[in-house]
Write a protein that binds this ligand. Sequence first.
Ligand code: ADP
Ligand code: MG
Length: 577
Amino acid sequence: MKSGIKFLLWLAALIVAIGLALALPINGYLMNLLMQASTYAIAVLGMTIVLGYAGQINIAQAAFFGIGAYGVAIGTTTLGMAFFVSLLLGAVVALLFGIVLGGSTLKLGGHYLAMVTISFQEILTLVLTNWIGVSHGPDGISNIPRPHLGFLALDQSQHYLALCLVFLFVIAGLVAWLKSSRLGLSMQAVRDNELAAGVAGIDTNRVKIIAFAACAFLGGLGGGLFAGAFRYISPDQFSFDDSVVLLTMALLGGVDAAIGAVIGTALLILLPEWLRFLKQFYLAVYGLAVILIMIFMPQGIFGYVTRLFGRAPDLPSGAVAPLTLGASVATDRPILEVDGLSKHFGGLRAVDEVDLVIESGSVHALIGPNGSGKTTTLNLLSGIYRPTAGRIRLGGREVAGLAPHLLASAGMGRTFQNIRLFHSLTAFENVLIGSFRAGSGSDAKSRRARALAALDFVGMAARAAVVVSSLPYGHQRLVEIARALAANPTLLLLDEPAAGLNLTEKQNLVALLRRLRGHGLTILLIEHDMDLVEQVSDRITVLNFGRRIADGTPDEVLRHPDVVAAYLGEVGEDVIA
Ligand code: ADP
Ligand code: MG
């Protein structure tokens, strides 16, 4: 759907919702449900960002909700501040805690992160219950005033509900828009494959912290509006159980879509009402209903619906431009100079004092038996590992030990031996993420054009709108190369690009490598297929047990006695010929 039409639909829905909120006679009980749903949904939208987009666990959203609620309660009553000032302040405090919690994701993942967020949640509950001087303890805070906003009488519930709906619609719109933005795609890249995201130029730490901060901010905002809605709050409303409810709402509706957050929230608040007639069995049926939805719709309700109807492709229109390659580097000196590069894993010298010089515009092969340190060398060059010792100069600049995204922006591009794509994104989105670090003309439109050009260069433009996990293996390899090309690298590192390809695909790969070389791109190629190596390489370096045992032209190297002995030993001369 065109974004203009989406915006009009959104605006129409907002107007209808506010019209209904103001015009319908809403009784007290229904009013409470609607206020709860609209303020909760804002917090659940935070979960959409952190869990849905960025793939990080947060089981403390009720704590952030509580911080925002107490911000409004304490701000307006004890401190006598204006409502909106208190609301903003509470949300900002939540955001600051979110940054701290997000910081812990950098060291921890998975279960450990879950435990940290649960602990944070428990600590907040303890503080709210026991810091009586500030929070009024278990009694909570009552008589929270609602805001005055010009001619609007927001102390009337229907007007206040309209205010909550405006907040909800604006935030839902922003969260939906975020998904296809540069930041949102970066989050999804981190979620799908953190290592590849770093190599594609994304500062993964920064992205994770931003996701947590945004999630916490929305939690705080929802909580602040909640406090104004009910005018009374107490610590038990922001407990671990409530965090689980917020998490369930996100998962139930569809965690990676803003609409999913709204559906999930509405459903989980309404379901108990619909099931009220079941009397004492209600909880069991409620639990069962949630479990069934989760089992049969693991992507959540909205995820299930989008699967049924498919997603409209979002591709640049018009003719595909030719791909420009060849970042500006001085060609009178080698592109890469590696001296004494070493990487030890405990006692194992995976890479042992390796020297390597790659001339500008050449295809340089790095070969050696399994386990000889080829991939480890690439991991050192692309910043995934820090060298134990040695220097790496790219275009004359010392880059050893830089983080992957910094090496990426210095011009290092790569693919992985085991393909690493952002599996839930389309081929186009994968390559678009690669284009984020391309230097020249870096506005959104030219990045999109560049992404399509890179896909076209590898012959995959026709599959641009396909989700990569459903592409055949050979095509996935090509998309991965296109993603690296989209960044316009100075040096392209390819780790066994022919592995798993059939004969035709290998021939296409040879042609592709030759075309890349024709465009002046410098390539470091790890490859097992000697035919392919001989066809495309200008120079070859051979590793064995982490050490460089030969280096030179294909003719020299492949007839070098050490290479024959070490690398091609048993099979002998006929392989070389
Ligand atoms: P190649 O790509 O040439 O087949 P690798 O570079 O993957 O070889 O591995 C070289 C050696 O380093 C192997 O013995 C491998 O087991 C070891 N190695 C690689 N990565 C690690 C790691 N993260 N921890 C410990 N040992 C490793
Ligand atoms: Mg390897």
